[in-house]
Design a protein around this ligand. Structure first.
Ligand code: NAD
Length: 260
Protein backbone atom coordinates (compact mmCIF):
# COMPACT_ATOMS: atom_id res chain seq x y z
CA UNK A 1 0.00 0.00 0.00
CA UNK A 2 2.83 2.43 0.81
CA UNK A 3 5.15 1.33 -1.99
CA UNK A 4 6.97 4.33 -3.43
CA UNK A 5 6.28 6.51 -0.38
CA UNK A 6 8.99 7.69 2.00
CA UNK A 7 8.50 8.01 5.74
CA UNK A 8 10.67 10.02 8.11
CA UNK A 9 10.19 8.92 11.71
CA UNK A 10 11.94 11.02 14.34
CA UNK A 11 13.20 9.15 17.40
CA UNK A 12 12.93 5.76 15.68
CA UNK A 13 16.00 4.07 17.15
CA UNK A 14 13.93 2.87 20.11
CA UNK A 15 10.44 2.17 21.43
CA UNK A 16 7.35 3.54 19.73
CA UNK A 17 9.23 5.23 16.87
CA UNK A 18 10.96 1.97 16.02
CA UNK A 19 7.60 0.16 16.05
CA UNK A 20 6.13 2.77 13.69
CA UNK A 21 9.16 2.64 11.37
CA UNK A 22 8.90 -1.17 11.20
CA UNK A 23 5.15 -1.04 10.50
CA UNK A 24 5.51 1.58 7.74
CA UNK A 25 8.37 -0.41 6.14
CA UNK A 26 6.22 -3.57 6.32
CA UNK A 27 3.58 -1.55 4.43
CA UNK A 28 6.13 -0.89 1.68
CA UNK A 29 7.44 2.59 2.57
CA UNK A 30 11.08 3.59 2.42
CA UNK A 31 12.12 4.85 5.84
CA UNK A 32 14.48 7.45 7.24
CA UNK A 33 15.36 6.50 10.79
CA UNK A 34 16.40 9.15 13.30
CA UNK A 35 17.40 9.16 16.95
CA UNK A 36 20.32 8.51 19.22
CA UNK A 37 22.02 5.27 20.17
CA UNK A 38 25.05 3.12 19.61
CA UNK A 39 26.25 3.20 15.97
CA UNK A 40 26.49 -0.56 15.42
CA UNK A 41 23.04 -1.20 16.93
CA UNK A 42 21.46 1.50 14.74
CA UNK A 43 23.16 0.10 11.64
CA UNK A 44 21.93 -3.42 12.52
CA UNK A 45 18.37 -2.07 12.93
CA UNK A 46 18.58 -0.15 9.65
CA UNK A 47 19.83 -3.19 7.73
CA UNK A 48 17.27 -5.53 9.32
CA UNK A 49 14.26 -3.33 8.48
CA UNK A 50 15.53 -2.85 4.90
CA UNK A 51 16.23 -6.53 4.28
CA UNK A 52 13.06 -7.83 5.90
CA UNK A 53 10.78 -5.55 3.90
CA UNK A 54 12.67 -4.99 0.63
CA UNK A 55 12.65 -1.21 1.08
CA UNK A 56 15.34 1.45 1.34
CA UNK A 57 16.12 2.48 4.92
CA UNK A 58 18.54 5.26 5.79
CA UNK A 59 19.57 6.80 9.10
CA UNK A 60 20.01 10.46 9.98
CA UNK A 61 21.30 11.40 13.42
CA UNK A 62 19.92 14.97 13.45
CA UNK A 63 19.43 16.34 16.96
CA UNK A 64 15.79 17.36 17.47
CA UNK A 65 16.86 20.26 19.70
CA UNK A 66 18.60 21.91 16.72
CA UNK A 67 16.36 23.55 14.07
CA UNK A 68 19.20 23.81 11.52
CA UNK A 69 19.89 20.07 11.77
CA UNK A 70 16.18 19.33 11.39
CA UNK A 71 15.93 21.44 8.23
CA UNK A 72 19.06 19.78 6.86
CA UNK A 73 17.67 16.31 7.61
CA UNK A 74 14.42 16.97 5.73
CA UNK A 75 16.35 18.49 2.80
CA UNK A 76 18.65 15.46 2.59
CA UNK A 77 15.68 13.07 2.69
CA UNK A 78 14.00 15.01 -0.10
CA UNK A 79 17.20 15.01 -2.15
CA UNK A 80 17.42 11.23 -1.82
CA UNK A 81 13.75 10.24 -2.10
CA UNK A 82 11.99 13.21 -3.78
CA UNK A 83 9.80 14.05 -0.78
CA UNK A 84 9.00 13.09 2.77
CA UNK A 85 5.51 11.72 2.07
CA UNK A 86 4.90 10.54 5.63
CA UNK A 87 6.28 12.53 8.54
CA UNK A 88 6.04 10.99 11.99
CA UNK A 89 6.99 13.36 14.80
CA UNK A 90 7.78 10.93 17.58
CA UNK A 91 11.06 11.90 19.29
CA UNK A 92 10.47 12.62 22.93
CA UNK A 93 11.92 12.67 26.41
CA UNK A 94 10.42 12.82 29.87
CA UNK A 95 11.40 14.59 33.09
CA UNK A 96 9.49 14.17 36.33
CA UNK A 97 9.66 16.82 39.06
CA UNK A 98 7.43 19.32 40.88
CA UNK A 99 7.37 22.75 39.19
CA UNK A 100 9.34 24.49 41.96
CA UNK A 101 12.26 22.08 41.50
CA UNK A 102 11.97 21.59 37.74
CA UNK A 103 15.37 22.52 36.22
CA UNK A 104 15.04 25.27 33.58
CA UNK A 105 17.25 23.41 31.13
CA UNK A 106 15.08 20.25 31.42
CA UNK A 107 11.98 22.34 30.67
CA UNK A 108 13.70 23.77 27.57
CA UNK A 109 14.85 20.32 26.41
CA UNK A 110 11.42 18.70 26.81
CA UNK A 111 9.71 21.55 24.93
CA UNK A 112 12.36 21.53 22.18
CA UNK A 113 12.31 17.77 21.54
CA UNK A 114 8.64 16.95 22.24
CA UNK A 115 7.06 20.05 20.66
CA UNK A 116 9.27 22.51 18.75
CA UNK A 117 10.94 19.79 16.66
CA UNK A 118 7.52 18.89 15.20
CA UNK A 119 7.00 22.50 14.12
CA UNK A 120 10.41 22.56 12.43
CA UNK A 121 9.97 19.21 10.63
CA UNK A 122 6.44 20.12 9.52
CA UNK A 123 7.56 23.52 8.21
CA UNK A 124 10.38 21.89 6.25
CA UNK A 125 8.36 18.96 4.86
CA UNK A 126 5.08 20.69 3.87
CA UNK A 127 6.20 22.37 0.59
CA UNK A 128 7.14 19.06 -1.10
CA UNK A 129 3.98 17.38 0.24
CA UNK A 130 1.90 20.22 -1.20
CA UNK A 131 3.57 19.97 -4.58
CA UNK A 132 2.82 16.20 -4.66
CA UNK A 133 -0.76 16.75 -3.45
CA UNK A 134 -0.43 14.02 -0.80
CA UNK A 135 1.06 13.83 2.64
CA UNK A 136 0.58 12.35 6.07
CA UNK A 137 1.79 14.05 9.24
CA UNK A 138 1.42 11.94 12.37
CA UNK A 139 2.30 13.56 15.66
CA UNK A 140 2.92 11.22 18.57
CA UNK A 141 1.28 13.09 21.43
CA UNK A 142 0.15 11.21 24.54
CA UNK A 143 -2.72 10.73 26.95
CA UNK A 144 -0.85 13.66 28.51
CA UNK A 145 -1.85 15.70 25.45
CA UNK A 146 -5.44 15.46 26.68
CA UNK A 147 -5.15 15.32 30.46
CA UNK A 148 -2.51 16.06 33.08
CA UNK A 149 -0.53 14.27 35.75
CA UNK A 150 1.31 16.02 38.58
CA UNK A 151 5.07 16.49 38.27
CA UNK A 152 5.09 16.38 34.47
CA UNK A 153 4.69 20.11 33.71
CA UNK A 154 6.97 20.30 30.66
CA UNK A 155 5.78 17.00 29.19
CA UNK A 156 2.08 17.80 29.64
CA UNK A 157 2.59 21.32 28.23
CA UNK A 158 4.49 19.95 25.22
CA UNK A 159 1.94 17.21 24.56
CA UNK A 160 -1.05 19.59 24.84
CA UNK A 161 0.95 21.87 22.52
CA UNK A 162 1.44 19.19 19.90
CA UNK A 163 -2.29 18.41 19.90
CA UNK A 164 -2.84 22.12 19.17
CA UNK A 165 -0.18 22.12 16.45
CA UNK A 166 -1.90 19.08 14.93
CA UNK A 167 -5.19 20.96 14.68
CA UNK A 168 -3.58 24.05 13.13
CA UNK A 169 -1.68 21.91 10.62
CA UNK A 170 -4.93 20.16 9.68
CA UNK A 171 -6.69 23.52 9.12
CA UNK A 172 -3.86 24.91 7.00
CA UNK A 173 -3.65 21.76 4.85
CA UNK A 174 -7.38 21.08 4.45
CA UNK A 175 -8.26 20.04 0.90
CA UNK A 176 -4.63 19.65 -0.15
CA UNK A 177 -4.40 15.84 0.09
CA UNK A 178 -2.40 16.22 3.29
CA UNK A 179 -3.75 15.10 6.66
CA UNK A 180 -2.33 15.70 10.12
CA UNK A 181 -3.37 13.72 13.18
CA UNK A 182 -2.10 13.06 16.68
CA UNK A 183 -1.81 9.61 18.22
CA UNK A 184 -2.28 9.74 21.98
CA UNK A 185 -0.87 6.58 23.58
CA UNK A 186 -1.35 5.70 27.22
CA UNK A 187 1.39 3.62 28.82
CA UNK A 188 3.77 1.79 26.49
CA UNK A 189 6.57 -0.24 28.07
CA UNK A 190 9.55 1.49 26.38
CA UNK A 191 12.84 2.76 27.87
CA UNK A 192 11.10 6.12 28.56
CA UNK A 193 8.57 4.40 30.85
CA UNK A 194 10.92 1.74 32.26
CA UNK A 195 12.99 4.57 33.77
CA UNK A 196 9.87 5.99 35.48
CA UNK A 197 9.08 2.54 36.92
CA UNK A 198 12.67 2.18 38.15
CA UNK A 199 12.50 5.63 39.78
CA UNK A 200 9.20 4.73 41.48
CA UNK A 201 10.68 1.44 42.75
CA UNK A 202 13.74 3.27 44.09
CA UNK A 203 11.52 5.79 45.89
CA UNK A 204 9.03 3.28 47.33
CA UNK A 205 11.36 0.36 48.05
CA UNK A 206 8.94 -1.93 46.17
CA UNK A 207 9.99 -4.22 43.33
CA UNK A 208 10.09 -3.19 39.66
CA UNK A 209 7.26 -5.66 38.90
CA UNK A 210 5.05 -4.26 41.71
CA UNK A 211 5.59 -0.68 40.53
CA UNK A 212 5.00 -1.68 36.90
CA UNK A 213 1.56 -3.05 37.79
CA UNK A 214 0.79 -0.08 40.05
CA UNK A 215 1.74 2.41 37.34
CA UNK A 216 -0.46 0.85 34.68
CA UNK A 217 -3.39 0.20 37.04
CA UNK A 218 -3.49 3.85 38.25
CA UNK A 219 -4.69 5.25 34.91
CA UNK A 220 -5.58 2.35 32.63
CA UNK A 221 -8.94 0.54 32.91
CA UNK A 222 -7.59 -2.30 30.73
CA UNK A 223 -4.70 -2.65 33.22
CA UNK A 224 -2.36 -3.32 30.35
CA UNK A 225 0.21 -1.51 28.22
CA UNK A 226 -0.23 -0.58 24.56
CA UNK A 227 2.59 -1.81 22.30
CA UNK A 228 4.76 -0.10 19.67
CA UNK A 229 3.32 -2.60 17.14
CA UNK A 230 -0.25 -1.46 17.90
CA UNK A 231 0.74 2.18 17.52
CA UNK A 232 2.53 1.30 14.29
CA UNK A 233 -0.70 -0.32 13.08
CA UNK A 234 -2.65 2.88 13.73
CA UNK A 235 0.00 4.93 11.89
CA UNK A 236 -0.28 2.63 8.85
CA UNK A 237 -4.09 2.99 8.95
CA UNK A 238 -3.73 6.79 9.00
CA UNK A 239 -1.72 6.49 5.77
CA UNK A 240 -4.44 4.42 4.07
CA UNK A 241 -7.21 5.78 1.81
CA UNK A 242 -9.73 4.82 4.54
CA UNK A 243 -8.23 7.66 6.61
CA UNK A 244 -8.35 10.35 3.89
CA UNK A 245 -11.02 12.28 5.85
CA UNK A 246 -9.44 11.87 9.28
CA UNK A 247 -7.52 15.05 10.01
CA UNK A 248 -6.93 17.26 13.01
CA UNK A 249 -7.89 14.40 15.32
CA UNK A 250 -6.28 13.31 18.57
CA UNK A 251 -6.65 9.50 18.50
CA UNK A 252 -6.37 7.69 21.81
CA UNK A 253 -4.78 4.26 22.08
CA UNK A 254 -4.69 4.04 25.84
CA UNK A 255 -6.67 1.10 27.26
CA UNK A 256 -9.50 3.44 28.25
CA UNK A 257 -7.48 6.10 30.15
CA UNK A 258 -9.36 8.99 28.48
CA UNK A 259 -12.79 7.50 29.23
CA UNK A 260 -12.47 8.58 32.86
P1 NAD B 1 12.10 6.01 23.89
O1 NAD B 1 12.96 6.62 24.93
O2 NAD B 1 12.07 4.51 23.74
O3 NAD B 1 12.45 6.61 22.45
C1 NAD B 1 12.69 7.99 22.27
C2 NAD B 1 13.37 8.20 20.94
O4 NAD B 1 13.63 9.59 20.80
C3 NAD B 1 14.73 7.49 20.87
O5 NAD B 1 14.93 7.01 19.56
C4 NAD B 1 15.70 8.64 21.17
O6 NAD B 1 17.01 8.43 20.64
C5 NAD B 1 15.00 9.78 20.47
N1 NAD B 1 15.47 11.09 20.91
C6 NAD B 1 15.55 11.59 22.17
N2 NAD B 1 16.11 12.81 22.14
C7 NAD B 1 16.37 13.09 20.83
C8 NAD B 1 16.93 14.21 20.16
N3 NAD B 1 17.36 15.30 20.82
N4 NAD B 1 17.05 14.15 18.82
C9 NAD B 1 16.65 13.04 18.13
N5 NAD B 1 16.11 11.96 18.71
C10 NAD B 1 15.97 12.00 20.05
O7 NAD B 1 10.63 6.58 24.18
P2 NAD B 1 9.17 6.13 23.66
O8 NAD B 1 8.40 5.74 24.85
O9 NAD B 1 9.26 5.24 22.49
O10 NAD B 1 8.62 7.56 23.24
C11 NAD B 1 8.40 7.94 21.89
C12 NAD B 1 7.32 9.01 21.85
O11 NAD B 1 6.11 8.47 22.33
C13 NAD B 1 7.63 10.24 22.71
O12 NAD B 1 7.21 11.41 22.06
C14 NAD B 1 6.80 9.99 23.95
O13 NAD B 1 6.47 11.17 24.61
C15 NAD B 1 5.59 9.34 23.33
N6 NAD B 1 4.78 8.57 24.29
C16 NAD B 1 5.30 7.52 24.98
C17 NAD B 1 4.49 6.83 25.87
C18 NAD B 1 4.99 5.65 26.64
O14 NAD B 1 4.26 5.18 27.53
N7 NAD B 1 6.18 5.12 26.36
C19 NAD B 1 3.16 7.22 26.04
C20 NAD B 1 2.67 8.28 25.32
C21 NAD B 1 3.48 8.96 24.44
Amino acid sequence: MLKGKTALVTGSTSGIGQGIAEALAAGGANVVLNGFGEGAAIEALRAEIAEKNGVTVTYDGADMTKPAEIARMVKDAEAQFGAVDILVNNAGIQYVSPIEEFPDERWDAVIAINLSSAFHTTKAALPAMRSKGWGRIINIASAHGLSASANKSAYVAAKHGIVGLTKVTALETGGSGITCNAICPGWVLTPLVKKQIEDRAAASGKSYEEEKLALVAEKTPSKDFSTPEQIGGLAVFLCSPSADQITGAPLSIDGGWMAQ
